[in-house]
Design a protein around this ligand. Sequence first.
Ligand code: GLU
Length: 599
Amino acid sequence: MTYRSVVSALSILALLAPPLSAQDAADGVAPEGAGGDVSAFDALSDAAQAAIASKQAGEPVLAENWMVAAANPLAVEAGAAVLRDGGTAADAMVAVQAVLGLVEPQSSGLGGGAFLVWYDAKSGELTTLDGRETAPMAVTPTLFQDDAGEPLGFFDAVVGGLSVGTPGTPKLMEVAHRKWGRANWGRLFDPAISLAEDGFTVSDRMATSIANDAERLGRFADTASYFIPDGTPLAAGTVLQNQDYADVLRMIAANGADAFYSGPVAADIVSAVQNAEGNPGVLAASDLAAYDVVERAPVCVPFRSADVCGMGPPSSGALTVGQILGMLNVYDLSAMSPDDPEAWRLIGDASRLAFADRGRYMADSDYVPMPTKGLVDDQYLVDRATLLDREDALPEVAPGNPGWDHASLWADDISLELPSTSHISIVDQYGNALSMTTTIENGFGSRVFVRGFLLNNELTDFSFRTHVDGVPIANRIEPGKRPRSSMSPTIVMEDGAPTLVIGSPGGSRIIGYVAQAIVAHMAWDMDIQQAVSMAHLVNRFGTYDIEEGSDLVSLEGPLTDMGFEVNIRGLNSGLHAIDIDGGLLGGADPRREGIAIGE
Ligand code: GLU
């Protein structure tokens, strides 16, 4: 089988919009499709129309000076306008995020959190910003447990005020702009304000997500009146206005993120959380006032001739992607084809080993001691990789013993992450690169809607239990702590310069999507559009999931024979990537509505 046949099968799949599977429905996942449906976007620029055509043809978008790739064409156009006018990647991100919060409200927005990886062309340095939500100071260890100390059902915890952490995205936008922006802050909100006031066309994906979640969205009056006006879920093609959102953006444009973290917006957030009917939460004005973004060193792991760099704790992203690639580095994947079961045995079991370590050791390292360096130590990964030197799937997988600065004993984590989220990749004309994954956690987050935006449910990324048999879990909830994430915004560096900017939504499957796309591009020489389009196989320490409807379902038999438990299902990634190779080549995931635009 050729790469092309995989890609074309996927492109066709994306256009067919298969029905929602029971598993997806349980996950609250919008069905795939609408990958390149132009009808909802007929007011788009020529550049955006060309980008959609190029995605449908399975070709990367080419550019010389700058590029932006994200999940919705209206947001990408807003970012492109900033870059065209001489703005930096940080400026463009502000414009993109402000529009995404309007046109893709189910995935990210002012009420959520984000991680950002930044390559600074001037200094040649790479850094990361942690805009993750924090647990309110009033949380107790039993937040997500019933009276008998048993964990709540997932959606019983998610829907309402209980799951809402202090949002980080508005502050992250401001900090990134202050550090690396050159455009006028206030003007960056103009495209989003215009779209919110004049109205934007509801996309297929947004409409399908609303229809699939109507019961939960219907539980809160303000949420229902926006998304389900007159009792009918918003249909694709509806022109929708959001004056409340425009008003909040105007306040932030005029007064910075303080307009969000204090004053009337903050007061309304707190009131909505504390008075959420049936499931009130504990977020307080003091939590919002105390929120800060943290700058942290990136985590980098060598893979082939490059360093794969991303977000360290509280994300498990870069560590787990890095562990998978570090173990695979011991084997020559480039000598195997993308449909070779042996390649997938290695990838699948490297992933299982990495997820075992993730569950045991990874959390917010500001709160719990973590063997951060030990987990991606060269020798440790080589030792773990020798476990893969066999013919069949590993019969058992357990966490390893990475080197510690000081010893600690943790029990394995029990927490669930289900997909929504969005990824933004940008390169500007100055050579800066930005990789940002942004989320409100579940589709529509907590479903609590305040002043035109949704509040996150990020606290459910903590483990609902705090201990197993008396042994504490690293990712247990504590006041002020940041829940462990899987978000993996990544910049690949070669000889001190960025060569690839990539990331995806997808809950804990993000890790597999990003690792696989890097393997496809770097070891299997796929171009960046092929790499993001190719069929997914993901193993998170449970079933080996193979993407439904793709050519790679042919691997079901061989992988089952090797001892894996295989499951065929929809795999809803949203990879957006820019390959920097002399020029710029953009790839946008056919499973979502995103595009790449560059010049
Ligand atoms: N809340 C998840 C995380 O931070 C992301 C959710 C998603 O990708 O859908 O890892």
